[in-house]
Design a protein around this ligand. Structure first.
Ligand SMILES: Cc1cc2nc3c(=O)[nH]c(=O)nc-3n(C[C@H](O)[C@H](O)[C@H](O)COP(=O)(O)OP(=O)(O)OC[C@H]3O[C@@H](n4cnc5c(N)ncnc54)[C@H](O)[C@@H]3O)c2cc1C
Length: 571
């Protein structure tokens, strides 16, 4: 009998899931794809929902997990006017270049069409439903089927569904408080903000997206005779103020020795199992840090290995952060820009940063086996450094950021971890924070853009009501290894720490519970054989570095491998 599989949402995640199916082209499968928009493949970041012409990817063609044709080949097929619109020269284009996001969206869309064509040739039936928003998912355990409600009226029935509905940016005050933006997306909405001081919360890639649009609404960038990017504006009061917890700017893209992060970067499953066996079922973060990070320097960079070999994770992070703490963030950003330029020129990696990015990727799958204590260390100690490094700010964004700063239009404030943003009924916000000397500060702004990135969402926000009501989904959580640590955490955070009837303490982590193969899991710990979740806002707790095409490739291989009861394909 034919197995009927549905892909719900056809952005990049849906595309990689479909690719897995086409590559394996099982003879007994029919596929339905539901997409709320009219375009397949582009998803949010690579369509007008998430980009204007000025926005670029932070990955280059050679870092994109293979689809049908490479970006370089695809560029050669485009009409001249498309290339001109995005400032691309056909002859000099190479696979180390980052891409305008809207153009990349077209690439992904075309790849979807090529996969559909391949599927047709292979006899794999694919029914595509555009303009079809999935409004509910109903599990039917008795029939071992899943029903999908579309546009609140039509119903379709499947053997298995993969939720790929992607980004979700809930609105709190936007639309009610003038000058308040819950996110910079879709970026077209910022084009009208002119001649004023704008507060941005966050100082990483999302803030850079906002900077690039706001700068163009208030002035122009040009390259001067010395080849440097400068910003010019007729708006005398135009300023942007970034607010970040520690006052750091993210790190810049450099040459990667291994542009494609693949399964080779993942930890050996037997090593994970052995470590868990010796550690009350928990995977030790110190073990992962040693095995999957420190050891790699032994042969690649023995001097660096000697420096760090005796360091615990905390000491390593402190050492790497020390330079950031001692240097003005814009001076450091300029120095890192030069260092990255040299790395690209000589095609030489900055190895410790590359290994940190690989560590981050490899943490995704085993992170659900950390104790709550280790997850706390990961998120509070290591992730702040990882987040700075894996931002991979593209060179042109770095140049614009420095040009805005040099023009006196951009500054950065460290606001600490307990700052508050108070929306003002008449418009804008009041930003309250303590400065570096611990003195309370208060600043009002008529325009505010929240740029902290995709919020992590919990089970309560999960969009498919019937799955919540039937208790098919559960809040992600991790057990404490030490009962005393759990008790203390519960006293401090009674809302996010709980205790079960056996006395085990648990810390809530973002998103819903999923297995290694992305099956949803009910509150009793039973994994579904029919419903898989790849929706990014709901998996950050168990997959801390979930965002990116390399992740989509790996996750989709696991899901389709599980559904078809096959070994995961090599990626
Ligand atoms: C602004 C931004 C820039 C980024 N830039 C990069 C980058 O340069 N490099 C990189 O590697 N990663 C980048 N990322 C990471 C990014 O998360 C992934 O590349 C990718 O967008 C995840 O794809 P997705 O399909 O899961 O989600 P989405 O891109 O959000 O796509 C989800 C799709 O599902 C559809 N959909 C949603 N709800 C429904 C529904 N109910 N029914 C039917 N269809 C639905 C949507 O219309 C959309 O097409 C960026 C992320 C953001 C937010």
């Amino acid at each position: 009998m034919k197995k009927h599989i549905a892909i719900l949402g056809a952005g990049p995640s849906g595309l990689y899931v479909y690719k897995q199916l086409v590559e394996r082209h099982p003879t007994d499968v029919t596929i339905d794809i539901f997409e709320s928009k009219q375009q397949l493949g582009a998803g949010m970041p690579y369509s007008s929902e998430g980009a204007n012409v000025e926005h670029i990817t932070n990955v280059s063609g050679n870092e994109i997990p293979p689809l049908v044709t490479s970006v370089r080949e695809w560029i050669q097929t485009l009409p001249e006017e498309t290339l001109q619109r995005f400032g691309i020269d056909r002859q000099s284009f190479h696979s180390y270049r980052v891409l305008p996001r809207l153009l990349f969206g077209q690439y992904l869309s075309d790849q979807f069409s090529l996969l559909q064509e391949k599927a047709r040739q292979l006899g794999l039936v694919t029914n595509v439903h555009l303009g079809s928003s999935v409004t509910d998912i109903i599990d039917e355990p008795d029939q071992q089927r899943v029903s999908v409600e579309v546009n609140q009226k039509d119903r379709f029935s499947f053997d298995a569904v993969i939720i790929c509905t992607g980004h979700d940016w809930p609105k709190s005050h936007e639309g009610k408080i003038p000058g308040y933006f819950d996110s910079p997306y879709p970026p077209a909405k910022l084009r009208g903000v002119y001649n004023q001081t704008i507060a941005l919360r966050g100082a990483s890639l999302t803030a850079i997206d906002a900077l690039r649009t706001l700068a163009r609404a208030n002035g122009t960038f040009r390259r001067n005779e010395a080849g440097k990017v400068v910003f010019e504006s007729d708006a005398p009061d135009f300023r942007m103020v970034l607010h970040s917890r520690d006052g750091f700017l993210p790190a810049i893209r450099f040459h990667l020795e291994e542009p494609l992060v693949t399964r080779d970067a993942l930890m050996d499953e037997a090593a994970i199992a052995a470590n868990r066996d010796s550690n009350e079922g928990f995977l030790s973060l110190d073990f992962v840090f040693d095995e999957n990070f420190k050891q790699s320097f032994k042969t690649k960079d023995p001097d660096f290995y000697d420096q760090i070999k005796d360091m615990k994770l905390e000491a390593f992070v402190e050492t790497m952060m020390a330079q950031r703490e001692q240097t003005d963030p814009f001076d450091l950003f300029r120095a890192e820009y030069q260092e990255a330029a040299q790395s690209i020129r000589h095609r030489e990696s900055i190895y410790w940063k590359e290994m940190l990015a690989a560590l981050s990727f490899s943490l995704n799958y085993p992170a659900k086996y950390f104790s709550a204590e280790d997850m706390h260390r990961l998120t509070k100690v290591l992730m702040p450094l990882i987040s700075l490094v894996i931002a991979f700010v593209p060179q042109s964004s770095a140049e614009e950021l420095l040009a805005l700063h040099d023009a006196g239009r951009l500054s950065l404030i460290a606001v600490g971890s307990d700052s508050e943003v108070e929306p003002q009924p008449e418009g804008g916000v009041r930003y309250q924070y303590k400065d570096e000397a611990g003195k309370p500060q208060s600043q009002t702004y008529t325009t505010y853009v929240d740029c902290v990135g995709q919020p992590h969402l919990n089970v309560d926000s999960f969009p498919f009501e019937s799955l919540k009501q039937a208790k098919c989904v559960s809040q992600a959580r991790l057990a404490f290894q030490s009962a005393q640590a759990g008790r203390e955490a519960m006293d401090e955070n009674p809302k996010t720490v709980s205790q079960d009837s056996q006395g085990t303490y648990y810390m809530q982590v973002p998103g819903i519970t999923i297995t290694d193969d992305f099956q949803i899991v009910d509150p009793q710990g039973v994994a579904s054989e029919r419903i898989y979740n790849m929706a990014v806002p709901y998996m950050g707790g168990y997959n801390p570095d979930y965002s990116g095409l390399d992740f989509a490739q790996e996750a989709s291989a696991r899901i389709i491998g599980h559904i078809l009861a096959l070994e995961p394909a090599s990626v």
